[in-house]
Ligand binder design. Structure first.
Ligand SMILES: [Ca+2]
Ligand SMILES: [Ca+2]
Length: 221
């Protein structure tokens, strides 16, 4: 029964949730309101402006609210209204959450998907840009200057936990420096030199062994 002398509830706490987040159905929790005759229920309000009341929940009988409809990316504000058993009501303060569901974009400028020699393979060069996070983390894996095919991957992660990545596959192939590297069809490994047979490979080795090394290294990437 309502009594006219009933006092307003002590307001509920500011609603809190993990922020930033890529969960667009976040869960808010708050410290419950208190009242001399007891709290009956809460209503949670949310909007894109602080204190706004564009959207609201139904009656909540615990100090928690989970969005059923997904929030769009951006900053959202939430506040709680507490109702006591006599129908008196009071608002708590504004909480906020940043929703970001867009992963960082990764671009790789080096190495290129081509053949390099070990000595001229460039170090990884890349850019990681995010729609919201001004400094997303970047992790490089798979870069190697040993001979063979390698796939280098750059993985970017923003503060909301979204992950974006890009990969490049390149080959490290050094020039043959001994005739043994031409034998038993091994000359076919040097496809970028366009050898027609083992003899062509052997001639290449003979010719280049007499060239100064610095001139030699300028011939290819
Ligand atoms: Ca009261
Ligand atoms: Ca993002």
């Amino acid at each position: 029964m309502a009594v006219s002398s009933d006092t307003l509830p002590n307001p509920p706490g500011v609603p809190v949730t993990i922020s930033p987040t890529n969960n667009n159905q976040p869960i808010w929790n708050w410290d419950g309101a208190t009242d001399t005759t007891g709290i009956d229920h809460y209503i949670f309000y949310w909007d894109t402006v602080p204190g706004g009341e564009k959207y609201k929940s139904g009656n909540l009988y615990s100090a928690s609210f989970t969005h059923v409809d997904s929030l769009t990316d951006g900053t959202w504000y939430g506040k709680v209204e507490a109702f006591d058993l006599d129908g008196n009501k009071v608002f708590g303060g504004n909480g906020s959450v940043i929703i970001d569901t867009v992963p960082p974009q990764v671009t790789i400028s080096a190495p290129l998907p081509i053949i390099y020699q070990s000595s001229s393979l460039p170090v990884p060069a890349y850019l990681v840009i995010d729609n919201w996070d001004s400094s997303p983390s970047a992790v490089v894996s798979g870069w190697s200057n040993t001979e063979g095919q390698h796939t280098m991957t750059v993985t970017g992660t923003d503060k909301a936990g979204n992950i974006g990545n890009k990969s490049v596959t390149y080959t490290v192939q050094n020039l043959p420096s001994s005739k043994d590297q031409c034998k038993n069809n091994l000359w076919k490994l040097f496809g970028f030199l366009n050898f027609k047979n083992q003899g062509a490979c052997t001639k290449f080795v003979e010719k280049n062994s007499s060239l100064p090394r610095n001139l030699f290294s300028g011939l290819f990437h």
